[in-house]
Design a protein around this ligand. Sequence first.
Ligand SMILES: CC(C)(COP(=O)(O)OP(=O)(O)OC[C@H]1O[C@@H](n2cnc3c(N)ncnc32)[C@H](O)[C@@H]1OP(=O)(O)O)[C@@H](O)C(=O)NCCC(=O)NCCS
Length: 260
Amino acid sequence: MHDDPFDDAEEIRSNIPSAAPKDGQAVMLRTTQWLDLGHDDPRMPPAFVIAFSVAAFTTSAFEQHGVPFPATLQKAVPKRQAEFLMGRLAARHAIEHLGVAAAAPGIGTSREPLWQTGVTGSITHTKDMAGAIAVDSSTVHGIGIDIENVVDADARRALEALAITAEERALLEARREHLSVDAILTIAFSAKESFFKGTFGTVGRYFDFSAARVTSLHVNSGRLTLTLEEDLAPALPKGRSFTVCFRMLTLDTVVTSFVW
Ligand SMILES: CC(C)(COP(=O)(O)OP(=O)(O)OC[C@H]1O[C@@H](n2cnc3c(N)ncnc32)[C@H](O)[C@@H]1OP(=O)(O)O)[C@@H](O)C(=O)NCCC(=O)NCCS
């Protein structure tokens, strides 16, 4: 575990065209890096992570970066427009890392990213960070990534009502080591979201947080286990368990990831 993986990650600050400070516009992209997600599974690639500033965002950034500006987002708030753009930029870099010409993924009917032929991946964002992973689609069933800010008291109550049972919370609390209760609950929530993103293509429908239960946690190795509570698909039967990896990206930001 690293408190601040920005310290040891390769920083490639100027590898992507920065939003030129044109028309008084400040630079929106702050840093970019490749992040090792801590998997033993060689199929999991590093994530391309961008730190950005919404305050510096204007819609001209879509054109500057050559990313189509979806009609569905024309009236969205700047935060949503900026996070979408940053997620697509991260995805494009993750795809280029595979050595193929990359296009920004489209948008599916369930909001899932639509990847170009031969590629699959996953996108995530917070208010000031976006990340993406991409792989050759013939090598995996699916992959998922999720970055979350550690919950505060209000968000924690919502999260417990929505996503984590009392039984799961007891397990998490008992094995949280040096991590705060808020951090470990956020990790468990995020792990379920990574799992959802990585299996949505197989399941083909929305499924609830109760579909997978946290059954083990190892903080020092950054791993937790999710066990299915219901049949989601022939390859995802009740009782099957999966490992999700996690890291603290900053003191108050977690990243989880999943490949199968
Ligand atoms: C879809 C969901 C997982 C997104 O997670 P989030 O923390 O809200 O948001 P993030 O920023 O991390 O990720 C958003 C990205 O996820 C991707 N995404 C959205 N829907 C998706 C889907 N059905 N399948 C795969 N990826 C999806 C998109 O790329 C999206 O970004 P974009 O809209 O800018 O393209 C979440 O909103 C959700 O609906 N969760 C409920 C389902 C669930 O997690 N069940 C738990 C099963 S154990």
